[in-house]
Design a binder for this molecule. Sequence first.
Ligand code: 3HC
Length: 308
Amino acid sequence: MSEQNHENLFQQKVDNEIKIEPKDWMPEKYRKQLIRQISQHAHSEIVGMLPEGNWITRAPNLRRKVALLAKVQDEAGHGVYLYSACETLGIDRTELLDQLHTGKAKYSNIFNYPTLTWADIGAVGWLVDGAAIMNQVMLQRTSYGPYSRAMVRICKEESFHNRQGFEIMTVLARGTPDQKQMAQDALNRWWWPSLMMFGPSDENSPNTAELIKWKVKRETNDEVRQRFIDRTIPQGEIIGLTFPDPDLKWNPARNHYDFGKINWEEFYNVVKGNGPCNRERLQARVKANEDGKWVREAAAAFAAKKAN
Ligand code: 3HC
């Protein structure tokens, strides 16, 4: 069958909502796009463990510690699901991790910011996981089977992450004036980087058009970002916090919130590696990989011995 016929059949399957599975014919570019997006997603999950892991030993009580421990463990599991989904596309996990450890691979901008106070853990759960859920619920319907099924499982766990974060923010916002100020300060620092998580605006997104055609993405960056804003503003207002955006205003004509300009220079600067914590995050991942080398070697030796 000619390449063109393969392509036509492939697009028909996508258009008819038939999931593309690892053994199916797919355009090389589709495979490359999926490896790019799923690997970045997986890297984001395991790098995302670092800012929160930093507070496990300093959680204010046992209940908070247990919830944070569970969340950080979940993120590791999300990384494993996503590396596994990526490996079905014919790339090896060690190659993906090499790309991360050598600074070649991207991961979400958001994890290059520091978690300065306990309220940041609330803001991360509420805003970062809230943004991730908005994006990941959409990705449950992605055309690539293994990615879509990984998303279904991940979204269930993300909802707990988001709720525990919002509960932390609620308790602080209704606590002492100092606690409320800590929550407000965290919102001020995490709001705009959370909006950047959805990627550049549509006109500056080189991948979106192709990903929408292949139903990898079902909506554009701006559409998902807007839905996140519309859902999150009322939550912040209910607990008495104000958003660091003087242009934020409900627009009845649009039935959406209008919001201010995103600082894209900051976004691209962080993505390029010049964020507050990029170096520290990469060093931590490289060290974790080196420290875990003996475990991998022991497991491989045990498996080889068992196989003989
Ligand atoms: N951080 C870093 N880089 C980003 C980015 C971000 N937030 N958003 C976009 N970029 C990069 C893209 O990777 C692309 O670069 P590349 O072509 O070299 O890979 C470039 O900026 C242009 O952006 P596009 O909009 O064209 O890229 P995409 O079409 O891939 O859209 C995306 C970006 C919406 C983030 C999409 O990749 C996506 O949906 N990814 C899957 C979800 C994901 O990765 N989420 C990360 C957070 S996971 C998380 O938060 C864990 C949770 O448990 C806390």
